[in-house]
Design a binder for this molecule. Structure first.
Ligand code: XMP
Length: 496
């Protein structure tokens, strides 16, 4: 178990109040460090990062980034309809796949414009064409980017540009899907130099497809968080209100969802009911409950619902856009909350089994060295204190992959992006009030604010840097993995 200095025992402290002391003599390079961890009881991640379910942080694009780089994205629910949220899940599931089941299809009567519409929505151009534009009718051909890229007339019918069925190389369901043989399908794709291989049944109906770009993506992102079908994994957040959460989770499940965070700023009793329902109806789904911030709350959840809960989210009010602590006088210093909750979960492990802890909120990195709000190494500190993963909002909101546009801030003289707490009046005006259990109240007390965060460019550059930084921190302390860090970290106070 990590050593917590006696001056920190039973005290409140933030990440900025502590430091990790290297006591070993490292004899290995940074790249030997392995950051594999558990997001939930069953789900392993190669990178301990989770993007927060906030409407300025995680939609499909962020969830794809996180999963490709070994973490996981949790898609927010502050959409006007459930279907809008589920479309974001679909984007992730379709992004990279082995067999793409239920592919998008069009009919010969659709137009070039419709193919651009598919690309806008899902990010690809290759579309099988069936007689009536559904999966129930026979295959008529395929349209790919090559077929439409020089077409100026958007109203051109696809029957005029598609490669017709008789010229198509296709694969049989019986020889690929039925044997779960992705290799065989990839072999046909490569041998014939195809962009997309369509798989058909004996009635010439489309069953699935396999895309060449997916194979290349598989090779490019070795850390990716994928399911058995090689599709990226993703989670959604659902509100702690049984009726609506039930509908949301059911639709998400049909779209291939991997797990749900039942979201509330402070854990609700109703969450246990929703979690129980999920486990009974969708046993494959991972369920995360929260937020909690004390050993007492951890014990209560484990006692009442350890079999319905696969991870616990820790943090009440430490986030960059939170004002809960100032406004309501509730919540606590995040580093001590993570320590206490992780200690309690460990203590109760013999009774209830392993329960991963997600350190949610309060992670900062320096933007300008020496700036007083910047605290390097917060992620490593959270892991040393016992968290298996860290959930981040403000740090990721400045990336290209978060929703919203970057803008120039004349006062700060730099590029920024907007970031808002889900308890801000602005977010609650949409639907965020559900998170705080006050959606029916006339008087709404905000628990969050709207701020600007530095624009950080592409996440495909930024996240690998963050990963390298954490590996370097572990290497400096002589730890090859998170388990060693958690067993032997030497955590001491910094002078105030
Ligand atoms: P960071 O520090 O990474 O924190 O930006 C992200 C986490 O903040 C929580 N969150 C809020 N907490 N009022 C709060 O008290 C809010 O309006 C609010 N919005 C988000 C949430 O747990 C998130 O993951």
């Amino acid at each position: 178990m990590a050593k917590l200095h006696p001056d920190l025992q039973n005290k409140e402290f933030w990440y900025k109040d502590i430091t990790l002391i290297p006591n070993r003599l490292p004899d290995f390079e940074r790249d030997r460090v392995d950051l594999t961890t558990y997001f939930t009881k069953r789900l392993k991640l190669k990178t301990p990062f989770v993007s927060s379910p906030m409407d300025t942080v995680t939609e499909g694009e962020m969830a794809i980034l996180m999963a490709l780089l070994g973490g996981i994205g949790v898609i927010h629910y502050n959409f006007l309809t459930i279907d809008e949220q589920i479309e974001e899940v679909e984007k992730v599931k379709r992004f990279e796949a082995g067999f793409v089941f239920n592919p998008v299809v069009l009919s010969p009567q659709n137009t070039v414009k419709d193919v651009y519409g598919v690309n806008d929505k899902y990010g690809f151009f290759s579309v099988p064409i069936t007689e009536d534009g559904t999966l129930n009718s026979k295959l008529s051909g395929i349209v790919t980017h090559r077929d439409i890229r020089y077409r100026k007339d958007m109203e051109t019918k696809l029957k005029e540009v598609m490669t017709p069925r008789e010229k198509l190389i296709v694969a049989k369901k019986s020889e690929t899907v039925d044997k779960n043989d992705l290799q065989a399908a990839n072999g046909i794709l490569r041998k014939n130099n195809l962009d997309t291989l369509i798989i058909i049944d004996i009635d010439n109906r489309v069953v699935a497809l396999v895309a060449d770009s997916d194979i290349r993506k598989n090779e490019q992102f070795p850390l990716a968080t994928k399911d058995e079908n090689k599709q990226l994994r993703t989670f959604i957040a659902a509100e702690s209100r049984f009726k609506i959460a039930k509908e949301r989770i059911g639709k998400g499940y049909d779209a291939g969802l991997n797990g749900v965070i039942i979201d509330a700023s402070v854990v609700f009793k109703e969450q246990l009911e929703i979690a129980k329902y999920c486990k009974e109806n969708f046993p494959n789904l991972e369920i995360v409950l929260g937020n909690v911030d004390s050993a007492e709350m951890v014990e209560k959840i484990l006692k009442e619902g350890s079999e319905y809960c696969d991870a616990l989210r820790v943090g009440i009010g430490p986030g960059a856009a939170c004002i809960t602590q100032q406004e309501l006088g509730t919540g606590r210093a995040q580093a001590s909350a993570v320590w206490d909750c992780a200690q309690e979960a460990k203590k109760l492990e013999p009774k209830y089994g392993f329960m991963p802890i997600i350190a949610d909120g309060g992670i900062k990195i320096p933007d300008i060295i020496g700036q007083d709000v910047a605290k390097p190494g917060d992620i490593t500190k959270a892991l040393a204190l016992g968290a298996q993963t860290v959930m981040m909002g403000s740090l990721l909101a400045g990336l290209d992959e978060s929703p919203g546009e970057k803008e120039f801030d004349y006062e700060e003289n730099k590029m920024v992006k907007k970031y808002r707490g889900m308890g801000s009046i602005e977010a609650m005006e949409k639907r965020g009030a559900l998170r705080y259990g006050i959606e029916k109240m006339r008087i709404k007390i905000p628990e969050g604010k709207v701020i600007k965060v530095p624009y950080r460019g592409s996440g495909y550059d930024f996240i690998p840097e963050l990963i390298a930084g954490i590996k370097q921190s572990l290497q400096k302390q002589g730890f090859k993995n998170i388990k060693e860090l958690q067993e032997e970290a030497d955590i001491r106070p910094l002078p105030k």
